[in-house]
Design a protein around this ligand. Structure first.
Ligand code: NDP
Length: 448
């Protein structure tokens, strides 16, 4: 499978040990495909068991979360924190509340987070956590009780210099606020040990927008370097209308693109002349129901009930910003057929391995999530700096730093891609650039 026997052996071992952890195995496989380029030329990697250590979380915590719903019934959920790698800094990565959450998904996310965080150049290790609690349809009171009970266990494992969680799917400002409040009450300290906080209690400006804006800053670099071009006049489609998708749409529009289609779990909405993003913002803020309601405001738009059909819409640029494995081979074929020339992942691993390869083989410019969506964690890192200094930066200062970080991430991925393979292969470039930083830190710190 891989050229290196060392990688083949490790992959065989973890596949036998964790046959049901498909997302985790997928993330490791994608990473190992890039590592062939350097493992063969550097015997120190095998000698120091670097790959074996990288794919095994330093610590994996699983706990019970018990809470009462509005009817007084006692509900039990599972909570997790996977502390993947702290070689370059405290564990850092989001918390996901979604009914699909399990160990495999959190291990894939924590593994990728390690390299993503390394790419930002900031001192942050990788981690991820969450729960199979499903916030959909829950009252505010229920979300608060769950979040507080989740923190009643998680607080033992985190801290400003140990592990700093943030949001992810199902965890936004509201949930972070409830968890942070409980953490502060138990610890009796105000150290900012969660990022994505509200602005009135230690949050950073631009954090809400950061992942979506960051994706566009990254695409901007790709357009400039590969095509001597920019966003102006480009037709863009975006899956997911959550925290990432919404701000990717707003920034792409600000940079001159037309957003012709967006999706959410209910379906997708398409208007060849461009969606009215003020309606998108209003609907997502009011009820969370966007694509199925949009046509009530704009009769010339069309609504389809299958979100995956959005990939058939003709476009120049596609930004998958919803969830893992949402962009499959059939959709990749449709994108190629309909003229798309660039795909950048706003979500984590939204493109399956075979879809990624298909896009690359058809000369589509492809940006992997661990590079393109690193803007969120980058601004989380800046939030940690502001908390430690007890001094907030202005909107313009944070936005400028974010843009510079995304440009630097592109440069690192591009440079490594050029050095080891084809200069357009940012999957290999990003994996190697992230790996090199973590590898150097692990070597320097000895066998741990
Ligand atoms: P949200 O929960 O805010 O939004 C997710 C969006 O995706 C919602 O609009 C949801 O629809 C939609 N969705 C879910 N499944 C599908 C599907 N199969 N097809 C189309 N739409 C779908 O999550 P985030 O925006 O925070 O995260 C999205 C992705 O980005 C995740 O992979 C996350 O790990 C990644 N990411 C997030 C970062 C952040 O800062 N938030 C940072 C880096 C990566 P509905 O609302 O109707 O359920």
């Amino acid at each position: 499978m891989f050229k290196s026997e060392y990688l083949n052996q490790i992959f065989k071992d973890i596949s036998e040990k964790h046959p049901s952890q498909t997302e985790y195995l997928q993330a490791v496989e994608e990473f190992f495909e890039s590592m062939d380029f350097i493992v063969m030329g550097d015997p120190n990697i095998e000698k120091n068991a670097i790959m074996e250590r990288l794919i095994e979380p330093e610590r994996s915590i699983k706990f019970r979360v018990t809470w009462r719903n509005d009817e007084g019934k006692i509900i039990v959920n599972r909570g997790y924190r996977v502390q993947f790698n702290s070689a370059i800094g405290p564990f850092k990565g989001g918390l996901r509340f979604h009914k699909s959450v399990n160990e495999s998904i959190l291990k894939f996310l924590g593994f990728e987070q390690t390299f993503k965080n390394a790419l930002t150049g900031l001192p942050m290790g990788g981690g991820k956590g969450g729960s199979d609690f499903d916030p959909r349809g829950k009252s505010d009171e229920e979300i608060m009780r769950f979040s507080q009970n989740f923190m009643l266990e998680l607080y033992r494992h985190i801290g400003p210099d140990t592990d700093v969680p943030a949001g992810d799917i199902g965890v936004g400002n509201k949930e972070i606020g409830y968890m942070y409040g409980m953490y502060k009450k138990i610890r009796n300290e105000v150290t900012g040990t969660l990022t994505g906080k509200g602005l009135s209690y230690g949050g950073s400006l631009v954090r809400t927008e950061a992942t979506g804006y960051g994706v566009c800053y990254f695409v901007q670099e790709m357009l400039k370097v590969y095509r001597n071009d920019d966003f102006k006049g480009k037709k863009v489609i975006i899956s997911g209308s959550g925290k990432v998708g919404q701000y990717a749409a707003l920034k792409a529009h600000e940079l001159g693109a037309t957003i012709v289609a967006m999706s959410d779990i209910n379906g997708y909405v398409y208007d060849q002349n461009g969606l009215d993003l003020s309606i998108m913002k209003m609907l997502t803020a009011d009820t969370g129901e966007f694509t199925n309601k949009y046509v009530e405001y704009r009769a010339n738009a069309t609504f389809g009930t299958n979100p995956a059909d959005m990939w058939k819409v003709p476009c120049d640029i596609a930004l998958p910003c919803a969830t893992q494995n949402e962009l499959q081979l059939e959709s990749a074929k449709a994108l190629v057929e309909n003229g798309c020339f660039l795909v950048a992942e706003g979500a984590n691993m939204p493109t399956t391995l075979e879809a990624t390869k298909y896009l690359q083989h058809h000369d589509i410019l492809f940006a992997p999530g661990k590079a393109a969506n690193a803007g969120g964690v980058a601004v989380s890192g800046l939030e940690m700096s502001q908390n430690a200094m007890h001094y907030p930066w202005t909107y313009a200062e944070v936005d400028e730093k974010l843009e510079a970080i995304m440009a630097e991430i592109f440069k690192q991925a591009y440079t490594q891609a050029r050095k080891y393979t084809d200069h357009r292969n940012l999957v290999v470039g990003a994996n190697i650039a992230g790996f090199v930083r973590v590898y150097q830190a692990m070597l320097a710190q000895g066998v741990l």
